[in-house]
Design a protein around this ligand. Structure first.
Ligand SMILES: Cc1cc2nc3c(=O)[nH]c(=O)nc-3n(C[C@H](O)[C@H](O)[C@H](O)COP(=O)(O)O)c2cc1C
Length: 197
């Protein structure tokens, strides 16, 4: 993007940066992002999840609706997302509110997953204590037999969240740490602030 003449909306820039990250990053998950949520006691929790799509509606990811992150979102749906691509000297920070997506969207994505990932979604009571790994693997085996030769339905406790784009900041590394930073904030329309590095 031309940091001297930024466009009024961040959507196309973000799409371009995500596309470029997918091309430039040769590791497995170029669209992995850190998701930070706020716990009931005010402590912050972060973990990596995978961005599955981006549009002006927001950022889509999938998870277990009974997990710690989901419980935190149910209590306070303000979240932060962070992408970093070292090879491009770029960072994107997003703040927004996470809301569950429709069953149709979750069903469609779940159906596209590999069978073992589908079984894993059923077998894992994500974020809860596990006695030992064998307990998990035997649940996977039981479920594999149960649905032998049949399509696996989406667990009712598993699906997507969409994070609205309340603000989005683009950071491009520069010489002498004189980086470029542009922060777009949405309140009925996009407004733009250039930030010191
Ligand atoms: C590269 C990578 C991708 C991941 N993608 C997801 C994901 O898309 N959804 C998910 O629920 N967990 C994903 N995880 C696991 C999470 O980081 C985390 O361990 C899990 O969701 C439990 O988090 P919680 O206990 O805070 O809810 C991923 C981990 C890594 C390292």
């Amino acid at each position: 993007m031309d940091f001297q003449a930024p466009p009024p909306s961040p959507i196309e820039i973000a799409k371009t940066w995500f596309d470029e990250a997918e091309k430039a990053v040769t590791t497995e998950n170029p669209l992995a992002m850190t998701l930070s949520t706020c716990q009931a006691n005010g402590h912050i929790a972060s973990r990596i999840v995978l961005m599955k799509s981006f549009s002006e509606d927001g950022v889509l990811f999938f998870t277990n609706y009974n997990s710690d992150k989901a419980n935190e979102i149910e209590q306070n749906n303000h979240v932060a997302l962070l992408f970093h691509w070292d090879v491009l000297a770029r960072q994107i920070r997003i703040r927004g509110r996470a809301t569950k997506v429709s069953d149709d969207i979750s069903d469609e994505y779940f159906a596209s997953r590999q069978r073992l990932s589908q079984l894993g979604a059923w077998a894992s009571d994500q974020s809860k204590a596990l006695q030992n790994r064998d307990a998990l693997m035997s649940r996977v085996e039981e479920l594999d037999e149960k649905w032998d030769g049949k399509p696996i339905p989406r667990p009712p406790f598993w699906g997507g969240y969409c994070v609205s784009l309340d603000s989005i900041e683009f950071w491009q590394g520069g010489d002498g740490r004189l980086h470029d930073r542009l922060k777009y904030t949405f309140d009925q329309a996009w407004s733009l602030t250039r930030l010191q590095p």
